[in-house]
Design a protein. Structure first.
Length: 128
């Protein structure tokens, strides 16, 4: 299985809450980083944290691309009771059919409000 398939299956298994299946795709000593919040997880704790995350969420994979052992993913996550969509871009390293490292950048409702001063520069708002 190539690296893009590993990451695609990982996201599908997370959506299915197949935690044993997720653990099979993430090396226990992998390092997963969330730079925006300064969090770092081992592979085993990443699986446990996602398993214990409050229910009501759903993942939709928009794209998974890559070459060799490096993969980039783009996903949307909705959460019951939250207006809006969370998005995550991930950069994954896969070896021997398992994730060994990742860095995910998350954004979403109330996480990143665009400052008003940038409005004139946005497409569709009279920007360049």
């Amino acid at each position: 299985m190539d690296a893009t398939e590993v990451v695609s299956r990982l996201e599908a298994r997370m959506e299915a809450r197949d935690w044993e299946g997720v653990a099979a795709l993430v090396a226990p000593d992998a390092v997963i980083e969330w730079p925006r919040t300064g969090e770092r997880f081992s592979g085993a704790s990443f699986v446990a944290m996602n398993r214990d995350y409050p229910e009501g969420w759903s993942i939709r994979v928009r794209e998974v691309v890559g070459s060799g052992e490096r993969v980039a993913s783009d996903v949307e996550v909705t959460q019951e009771g939250v207006d809006g969509v969370f998005v995550a871009t991930g950069f994954w390293t896969v070896r021997d059919g398992r994730v060994v490292a990742a860095r995910e950048y998350w954004s979403g409702p109330d996480l990143d409000d665009a400052p008003a001063w940038r409005t004139p520069y946005q497409l569709g708002d009279g920007g360049p």
